[in-house]
Design a protein around this ligand. Structure first.
Ligand code: UDP
Ligand code: MG
Length: 331
C-alpha cells in the first residue's frame, strides 16, 4: 500500500485549515458504532492540525439502539452530527441525505462496519491536498467475498459498463473522497432514483486512486441480500442507460420487416397455388404485420415513458424525521 505524509504539505498553513465531513449511513448498526468511533478518532488524530473533521451519521430508519448510541456520543463530542430519516429509505438515499447536509470542504462516505478502513483516509487526504478533486478507493482483491458474489459483481460491472452512458470503475464503492466542488455538482443532479456510484462518475472531474484491502465486517451482518443487490443493480442500469429501452425499437423494426417479407411470400404462394384453408393467408398476414408494427410503435413510446416515469412522481428522495448537527468540526 502506498503511504503519504499528510503534513509534508508545508503550504497548508493554519489559516488554510480545511474541513472534511465523513458521511456514515447506518441501518441497525448498534454493534458496530463504538468500534467505529474509536477507530476513526485514533486514525484521524494522526492527520495533523490543518485538517478538522466531523462525522455525519445518517440513520436510515434503524429499529435498534443506533440512534441513542450516536446521541450519547454526540453529547460528549462536538463533531458528531446525526440525521434521522423517517423510515428505511436504503443506503443510496441515506448517502444523498448526507451529501446534501455535509458542510466539509471535502466529504468521504464510508461504512460503519469498518469495511472501508479509516486508515485509507490519510492517503486520500494527501492526494486531495495535492489538488485531486476525487480520490477513489479501489479494493485490491475480493478475498472476503464468496465465489457467487465475485461472479455476480463481475457480471454487473460488465453489463453496466456495456450499457451505461458513463462507465463506473471496477472495485470502487462509495468509499472515496469528494471535493466540495464535486459534491455541489452531485447535489445539482435532480433525479429521484439515485445510484450514487453512477452519479459520482457522471459528474466527471479528474480522479486519483488509492488501492486498499477490504476487510470483513467487524460486527453485525450485511443488509444486502442477493435480492436487494439485484434490485440495486437494476436501478443502476436503468437509471444510467437507455439502451434496454431503445433496443425494442430495433427488434420491432426487424420483426415488422420480417413479417412483411413473410406476408409477401404467403400472399404470392396463395395467388399461385390457391387457398389451403379459407381466410388463413389474410389472417396470418394481418397478425404478423400488425404485431410487428405494434412492437415498433411500443418501442418508440417506451423511449419516452421510460424517461418520464422516474421523474414525474417528483417525490423527495428521503424524509428527515429529526436532526442533530455537529457544533464544530474539531476532532
Ligand atoms: N445501510 C443503510 N441503509 C440500508 C442498508 C445499509 O444505511 O438500507 C448502511 C449500513 O449500515 C452500512 C452501509 O450502509 O453502514 C453498508 O451496508 P453493508 O455493510 O450492509 O453493505 P456491504 O458492505 O455488505 O455492501
Ligand atoms: Mg459492509
Amino acid at each position: 500500500m502506498k503511504h503519504f505524509k499528510v503534513d509534508s504539505k508545508a503550504s497548508v498553513g493554519l489559516q488554510d485549515t480545511r474541513s472534511i465531513t465523513l458521511i456514515v449511513p447506518i441501518y441497525n448498526e448498534e454493534a458496530s458504532i463504538p468500534t467505529f468511533l474509536d477507530k476513526v478518532t485514533s486514525v484521524l488524530g494522526e492527520v495533523g492540525p490543518d485538517i478538522c473533521f466531523d462525522v455525519l451519521f445518517v440513520n436510515d430508519g434503524s429499529r435498534d439502539t443506533t440512534e441513542q448510541l450516536i446521541l450519547t456520543a454526540a453529547a460528549e463530542r462536538d463533531n458528531i452530527g446525526l440525521i434521522n430519516l423517517s423510515r428505511n429509505f436504503g443506503k443510496e438515499a441515506a448517502l444523498f441525505a448526507g451529501l446534501r447536509n455535509a458542510k466539509g470542504d471535502a466529504v468521504i462516505p464510508l461504512d460503519v462496519d469498518l469495511q472501508d478502513p479509516p486508515a485509507v483516509i490519510i492517503e486520500m487526504i494527501a492526494l486531495w491536498l495535492d489538488g485531486a478533486k476525487v480520490v477513489n478507493a479501489r479494493r485490491a482483491r475480493r478475498d472476503n467475498d464468496t465465489w457467487l458474489k465475485k461472479q455476480t459483481a463481475n457480471a454487473f460491472y460488465r453489463i453496466f459498463n456495456a450499457l451505461a452512458e458513463h462507465p463506473i470503475p471496477r472495485g470502487v464503492g462509495d468509499f472515496r473522497l469528494l471535493d466540495r466542488e464535486v459534491v455541489n455538482a452531485i447535489c445539482q443532479l435532480g433525479e429521484r432514483s439515485r445510484f450514487n456510484k453512477a452519479l459520482f462518475s457522471w459528474v466527471g472531474f479528474e480522479a486519483e486512486e488509492v488501492i486498499y484491502d477490504r476487510p470483513a465486517r467487524t460486527a453485525g451482518e450485511t443488509c444486502w441480500s442477493y435480492w436487494k443487490l439485484w434490485k440495486l443493480a437494476l436501478d443502476g442500469i436503468f437509471a444510467s442507460s437507455t439502451i434496454p429501452l431503445r433496443i425494442w425499437t430495433y427488434i420491432g423494426m426487424l420483426m415488422a420487416f420480417t413479417s412483411l417479407a413473410y406476408s409477401g411470400f404467403i400472399f404470392t404462394r396463395t395467388l399461385l397455388f390457391g387457398v389451403d384453408v379459407p381466410g388463413y393467408a389474410s389472417t396470418i398476414m394481418l397478425i404478423l404485420v400488425f404485431g410487428g408494427i405494434n412492437m415498433f410503435a411500443l418501442g418508440i413510446i417506451g423511449e419516452y415513458v421510460g424517461r418520464i416515469y422516474t421523474e414525474v412522481r417528483q417525490r423527495p428522495v428521503y424524509i428527515v424525521r429529526s436532526q442533530h448537527l455537529a457544533k464544530n468540526t474539531e476532532i
